[in-house]
Design a protein around this ligand. Structure first.
Ligand code: AMP
Ligand code: FE
Ligand code: FE
Ligand code: ZN
Length: 281
């Protein structure tokens, strides 16, 4: 089984990179991709862990993108982690996420919610990409909610008055940057309804023209009609179709291997990549 979308504590997953690798083995996966938000911080630890336990690792990133206030997520497989343009884009997004988190926390604290910049920072591993789930974790620790899901439903959603956006590149630029870094761009969960807006067919066409390689069609947030639609669009635009879990440890109900990708699709992704090698046991 091949699962090409998982998060560690290098961003908003709850397990360290080596823990994600161990969980992948326990779930019976042959291949797992580590795709933390806007960072390659977890790659080194995951690589060592994968070699030690004998599982195949695909190093990746989930790049935050934004088009007209709508959030788009782009999976980038096997890019060169030292590519200066890619590094600069990711740094800018991570920096902006820091100040955005402080602004969200200030708004929430002013309204009497039990969070502070310090209590939220304490939930973020050193160097990790900060996100709303870390505010949720601080709220859970303070006893205000039972879990991340409740925190999002009450206060952290995209339409919440506390919501503040952060810098993220346009998805067309992100596709170009990932390609130029030798990576393989695959749009993540394009029809997820938990997002501010959905990715339209027109945008998928635009991204395909810019060098998009694939569409993550099989995902927990997609119903069967969405999967069918995205599979049709992928066929029309000559893109590969992937299926993945979007695992976040205990931070989400998503379980490793709940959606999987065909071996031929991984072969195609690997053939297109020139930035980094797949880590094989
Ligand atoms: P951010 O990147 O800071 O805008 O926060 C968005 C992230 O929060 C997404 O990548 C998800 O991993 C996570 N998320 C969104 N909705 C929920 C939810 N209901 N429960 C737990 N995590 C969520
Ligand atoms: Fe996430
Ligand atoms: Fe995502
Ligand atoms: Zn994700």
């Amino acid at each position: 089984m091949i699962d090409l979308h998982a998060h560690s504590s290098a961003s908003d997953g709850t397990e360290p990179p080596a823990g994600v690798v161990a969980s992948a083995v326990a779930a019976g996966l042959a291949v797992v991709a580590l795709t933390d938000h806007d960072t390659t911080l977890g790659w080194a630890e995951a690589t060592d862990a994968a070699r030690a336990v004998g599982i195949t690792l695909v190093p990746g990133i989930e790049v935050s993108c934004s088009r007209r206030h709508r959030s788009v997520h782009l999976l980038a497989y096997l890019p060169d982690p030292a590519d200066p343009v890619l590094v600069a884009e990711l740094e800018q997004a991570r920096d902006s996420r820091e100040s955005r988190l402080d602004r969200m926390v200030a708004r929430m604290a002013a309204d009497g919610l039990p969070v502070s910049v310090e209590s939220v920072r304490a939930e973020v591993e050193p160097g990790a990409t900060a996100g709303r789930p870390h505010i949720a974790d601080a709220l859970v620790r303070a006893g205000a909610v039972a879990d991340r899901d409740e925190a999002f439903a009450r206060w952290l959603g995209d339409t919440s008055p506390y919501y503040v956006s952060h810098y993220a590149p346009d998805p067309v630029r992100a596709v170009e940057v990932v390609r130029a870094a030798g990576g393989v761009p695959v749009v993540a969960h394009p029809l997820s309804r938990t997002r501010t807006g959905v990715v339209t067919d027109d945008l998928l066409e635009e991204l395909a023209a810019a060098g998009l390689a694939g569409i993550e069609a099989r995902h927990r947030d997609h119903d069967p009609a969405a999967v069918r639609h995205l599979t049709d669009v992928a066929r029309r635009l000559d893109l590969v179709v992937t299926g993945s879990s979007d695992y976040h440890g205990e931070g989400k109900p998503n379980r490793l291997g709940e959606n999987t990708t065909d071996p031929e699709v991984l072969e195609r992704i690997e053939a297109l990549a020139t930035g980094t090698e797949v880590v094989r046991p």
